[in-house]
Design a protein around this ligand. Sequence first.
Ligand code: NAI
Ligand code: MG
Length: 507
Amino acid sequence: MTLSKSTQINNSKSAQKTEYTSIKNHKMIIDGQLVDSHGLDRIQIECPATKEIFATVPRGNNQDVNFAVKAASDAFRKWSLVEPRERGKLLLRIADAIENEIENLANIIAQETGNAIRTQARPEAKLVADIFRYFGGLGGELKGETIPLGENFLSYTRREPIGVVGAIIPWNAPVLLGALKIAPALCAGNTIVMKAAEDAPLGILRIAEICQNFIPKGVVNLITGFGEECGTPLIEHPHVRKISFTGSTGVGKLIMQAASERIVPVSLELGGKSPSIVYPDANEDWAVEGVMAAMRFTRQSQSCTAGSRLFLHEKIFDSFLEKLISKLKNLKIGDPLDEANDIGSLINRKQYSRVLNYIQEGMEHPSSELICGGMPPENGEMSKGYFTLPTIFSNTTNEWRLAKEEIFGPVLTAISWKDEENVIKMANDSHYGLAGYIWTHDIGKGLKTAHSLEAGWVQVNQGLGQMPGQSYGGVKQSGIGREFSLNGMLESFTQTKNVTVSLSTPS
Ligand code: NAI
Ligand code: MG
């Protein structure tokens, strides 16, 4: 197959384009107040599409963490005693307020993450309103059970809140991933101290600010800072009773170690290297589009659920890839604030050089073949930001480093298969187990394969994002615990207490 220059680089500005904001110094939110850090230092926030600093946030430290955890501890009892449906109602009002601010949030997300506003940032902002609305309706579902010990007892369980939740989130879908912790934690009666990602703290800061208009002070605290300076003291804090983390598997292991010191429950949403398995009967446009969506190309594939190992049946290997490349050509890369663009930029210089190193290694590899994309141009519009090209290597094996490690960039490895049992074995031969995608008209085969995959979330004939209500989370080193759902809220943000009463009156 010949190397095709895929994907259009959009150098012209379309009429529909939002403007970049000028530099602004933000504060954190602790105990209902907008505050600076005790150290008074600041972190500069770079727009990855322009490489320009457009905001600063406080560089939070140990003292700020203590202040925030104290505020959350002080607010806990009173908040936990608010009737669950009443807490839910407050979340519904927050959802309405977020809905009134979709455009502002979309603009912030696009600027801080480099994610294209039309395909990513605006849908993320809308989903955040949905998430608050979904959990707002679940106050009445914090139910316990009665245990049949006989007529002389009343034995029942209560779903009680855990206490102060210490939450740490990453930058790839920062507002969504933050909302997925704040909304269920609050619905269940917990208070929260959340540390935003140093690369993209502004959207979730705005959400926390909106929350302050509806809930008591100290219930939601949002701190900004680096992992080791601000995240470590949070997870090690003796008054943090639950840790909820989304990010890399490496940091996830540190979180679990810290939690083991105090026997604190943890939820971890970590990395992935998810398989997309195409059967020979699905060599059609809809499957090609689904594989593109599953790979999250319009998010620069900075997604833990990216279907980044493409297993194509040998009969359709070349023809499917041809179709895929020709469709990728229709995507436009460029300014994330321009409505015309489908793809924005990677998050920062570190991730950019990491992804480029993988591409370089792929290009130098003797047997793998670069069939789409490759190194981004060194000059022109694309070099103004951390823009990359959708890239595909074919003739790779499942054992190759690029097919094993989470690249977190638009690098897809295509692997040929013949035998069903063998493709399932390859798909499961990974220390990750987050998502999986299967494409076939034979629904029986599709479902059997879905059941055979070692993954927390499998889709057949679609490559969509998560929807509220679906239990979402990983197996193996992709994590522990579930989010996005009623079950996730009950498992992750409540603890069960049994109460047993004797009904036999002493004579
Ligand atoms: P990271 O895991 O280092 O950062 C995520 C969050 O953890 C950030 O808020 C960070 O400040 C915090 N953190 C970092 N070190 C910490 C520590 N020692 N103690 C407490 N908190 C800490 O991820 P990073 O460095 O931004 O990205 C590196 C790789 O991680 C990516 O290439 C990707 O493979 C993976 N990743 C996976 C994500 C997912 O959604 N599963 C999200 C982001 C990154
Ligand atoms: Mg890191």
